[in-house]
Ligand binder design. Sequence first.
Ligand SMILES: [Zn+2]
Length: 304
Amino acid sequence: MKDLKYYYDKAIKNHFALGAFNFCGLETLQGIVNACKNLNSPAIIAVSESALNYMGNYTIALANIAKQETDGLFLHLDHGKSFDICKKAIELGFDSVMIDGSDLSIEENIELTKQVCDYAHSRGILVEGELGQIKGIEDDISKQKDIYTNPDAALYFVDKAKVDSLAISIGTSHGAYKFSGEQTLRFDILDNIEKRLGTFPLVLHGASTINKNCIDIINNNGGNIVNANGVPENLLQIAAREHNIVKINTDSDLRIGITAMVRKILAESKDLIDPRKYLGSGREKVQNIVEEKIKNILYSANQL
Ligand SMILES: [Zn+2]
């Protein structure tokens, strides 16, 4: 069976990255699934702790139906902050969990991550850890400062905690306001991490490109989003194709896409009350965004 480990190994060998797309409801998930189905592409469907709380028991039901729709989808817990939430996700049937102990000291982070790995690995579930801090706002998690991943600490962490993949901080950030200055990533740090870790699977969070066109649609239809910017597409291509980044996370781009369409349709049709009309066009936008990412950033078909 082609499990997530298979795709991580393949991503390193064939120089691509899997898309990890966050969802928080039916329309986002349908948009992601339709894109994957269309392009015959694997992907990670990710749920944060707050999205899990929001969707409740519908989460697993929706994910299971999504998996029946297309092959190669994996349900992943994004930014689990405790052993208990990771355990709960595993019991619910998630394929992979992230334990984010990046706020802790490295020794405490190792201890917590190791505890999750012991539990998860005995059940065949993959674990992503995080070292260094990725700034920005992601749901309830807000971090002001970017603390880049230290390459020596990364080696020590991976060795001790026994994670299957590692989220690193090289300049991406969560949310829609990623750079105040130059939009750049620290590939020098990534090189050094790779020198220490060899072909170990690495993960890039906060990798939305923040589509200017969608921001304009939002602002032209009653919204007010100022100074939003994201990671340039070409930097993500380099990360996916020239480095051991096996998973690239996208949340904000999908939120912005769905919001843009909902605002536009409602502004254009003031008497509209059918949610299928505006959410349906949001769903189409999500599909379109995911398809573009798969084609432009993540891989081409012959890499799979
Ligand atoms: Zn993240």
